[in-house]
Design a protein around this ligand. Structure first.
Ligand code: DON
Length: 567
């Protein structure tokens, strides 16, 4: 071992293997700390963030370090080949959102996803390089760091480089995940090379090294964002895309910019809600739902009752109907935000909710002209104890995105083009339909459901949360917020509770396995609901701050295998 690699190895050991006092994430109590907290879907990535906080970095520094680390330790969703949204609350009271969602390539058109008969070919829009949007993660993370962080890129990216270069022992669920996708990887030589040992599955505990990814991360460390969008890495992306019939060009990459957008804000009771606006449908949908539900007060005893589920589900139908018509990339389509977010419109929705389920076919998106008034994504939450909070959701869309690794660069490209509405009324992989607002246009960002959220109480961060789960993200985040605010659950309880989901179309309530008692189901059926079952809904990574007592609570979702790390 050279002196250099010994040093790197030592740093790695110190960083990751020195035992710390830590409550296990699956324990009934949330992790409780005083100075800072990082919660992500990967314990190695959470630990990277924690080390950055301990070194004096702020929440943005830590979040950016976690973002790069997740690209290494959680490759099914953590990424540099995808995009995301970062919602930041700064200690001076400012709310900021950074949009680094992928964009349609300049040469993109709906027709390229149709077969000879004019029907949508889901293979083309959901897998392979034609399904990839122009990646935004590297631009977004570096933008956030340069504008709102305090550390150098070299410092926050180095832990990710170490993890890629030296490798890390594969935990059981990650090894299983690689194995379950082996047939996909076999279709793409460059992917098989990374996620298998010459075609054989990795086993639990084996060291997983990613030298090509380490090369890419080092390029970023040395040459900044240009290395990815103009330099060697850009060339490798275009080469891979061309080789497999894709359309991403050097010009697409060179033109990509992350954008700072105004946060979407609203209120729920005495709380302020800060979330992501278009091209995410999440923030608007969340505030619409909270506005509707503010008209009601549920007692603790009513949690999980058929009445509670019924009211939430009815509100969800209207919100998802609005999404299908009114939401898209605001750079291309005028989203009627003021109207959608108004308490007046939500009151009208509330007024339509009766004791009986309304059939989804009778629910239509509202008409803004009637009013004059205005397996896979991942989430991580960071709080630095100084009043700075970061809520980030990032994705390559499906598990392992397009399934295509950029040869030589070691990272997966997304399959985000499926989040567009390729044809009016055609349901994407999450069953979502859309219209002109979310049609494919060159350079446009596809609509997202990601809902990274920060809730403020008296102007201070109270709750930081978000989730993966495609179309279900919004309803998952909503239920965790209601569990904390209305039902006074601690953050771990709030996350652990069984959840349900309705998205207007298909017209059914999906509940998690073992998550709904049979008499509750019977009562919902009596009200006219159709019921479906789903294995699990979302994976929330959350932080709750008790500002009066100076306690930071962190909780990872037992549905996943992440961790909450604090000090
Ligand atoms: O942006 C979106 O809404 C989707 N691409 C998110 C995908 C997702 O959450 C998949 N994870 N389970």
């Amino acid at each position: 071992m050279s002196i250099y690699s010994k040093k790197v190895f030592l740093v790695f050991c110190i960083l990751f293997f020195v035992p710390e006092f830590s409550v296990r994430a699956d324990a009934p109590d949330p992790v409780r700390r005083k100075n800072g907290m990082v919660v992500s879907a990967s314990n190695l990535a959470s630990k990277v963030g924690l080390q950055v906080l301990k070194k004096g970095g702020n929440a943005v520094d830590a979040a950016v370090a976690v973002g790069f680390a997740l690209a290494v330790t959680y490759p099914s969703a953590g990424n540099i080949g995808g995009g995301g949204f970062m919602v930041i609350h700064l200690k001076d009271g400012k709310n900021i959102t950074i949009d680094y969602r992928e964009k349609a390539p300049i040469n993109a058109a709906s027709e390229m996803y149709f077969d000879e008969k004019g029907s949508v070919d889901t293979n083309k829009i959901q897998e392979g390089v034609l399904s990839s949007g122009v990646p935004g993660s590297v631009a977004g993370l570096i933008y956030a760091l340069e504008k709102y962080g305090t550390l150098k890129l070299a410092d926050v990216i180095q832990p990710a480089i170490n993890l890629a270069e030296i490798g890390f022992p594969l935990e059981y669920r990650l090894a299983q995940s690689f194995k379950s996708y082996l047939d996909y990887f076999k279709k793409y030589e460059s992917s098989l090379k990374i996620f298998s040992k010459n075609g054989l599955p990795y086993l639990e505990g084996e060291i997983f090294k990613q030298p090509d990814l380490a090369f890419t991360l080092k390029q970023i460390k040395e040459k900044g964002r240009d290395s990815f969008y103009k330099g060697k890495v850009a060339e490798l992306i275009v080469q891979q895309s061309k080789k497999l019939g894709g359309i991403i060009t050097l010009e697409d990459l060179e033109n990509y910019q992350a954008v700072e957008r105004q946060a979407i804000t609203g209120s729920y009771k005495e709380f302020e809600v800060v979330s992501m606006g278009p091209p995410s449908a999440g923030g608007i949908g969340l505030i619409q739902l909270l506005n509707v539900l503010e008209n009601l007060n549920f007692s603790k005893a009513e949690w999980g009752s058929s009445k509670y589920i019924h009211v939430l589900v009815e509100a969800m139908k209207y919100v998802y109907a609005d999404r299908s018509v009114h939401l898209g990339d605001e750079d291309f389509y005028p989203v009627p935000k003021g109207w959608l977010l108004s308490k007046r419109y939500s009151k009208e929705i509330f007024g339509k909710i009766s004791d009986e389920a309304i059939a989804s076919e009778k629910v239509f998106a509202g008409n803004p002209k009637l009013y004059k008034e205005s397996e896979e994504t991942t989430h991580y939450s960071v709080y630095d104890g100084q009043g700075n909070a970061v809520s980030t959701t990032t994705t390559i869309n499906s598990g392992y995105g397009s399934k295509v690794v950029v040869d030589g660069a070691g990272f997966l490209l997304n399959n985000e083009m499926d989040d567009f509405s390729v044809q009016p009324g055609f349901a994407n992989q999450f069953g979502l339909i859309g219209s002109k607002a979310n049609s494919i246009e060159p350079g446009k960002r596809m609509l997202s459901s990601m809902t990274p959220t920060i809730i403020l109480k008296d102007g201070f961060p109270y709750l930081i949360a978000g989730s993966p789960g495609g179309s279900t993200i919004l309803t998952v985040v909503l239920q965790v917020i209601l569990n904390c605010i209305n039902f006074k659950m601690d953050i771990q309880e709030a996350i652990n509770q069984p959840r349900f989901h309705h998205q207007w179309l298909p017209d059914q309530i999906d509940y998690e396995e073992f998550g709904m008692a049979v008499d509750v189901i019977d009562n919902l059926v009596k009200r006219g609901h159709k019921i479906g079952q789903i294995k699990s809904l979302g994976r929330v990574e959350g932080i709750l701050i008790d500002i009066e007592n100076n306690i930071i609570f962190g909780a990872t979702d037992p549905r996943g295998f992440g961790s909450a790390e604090g000090y």
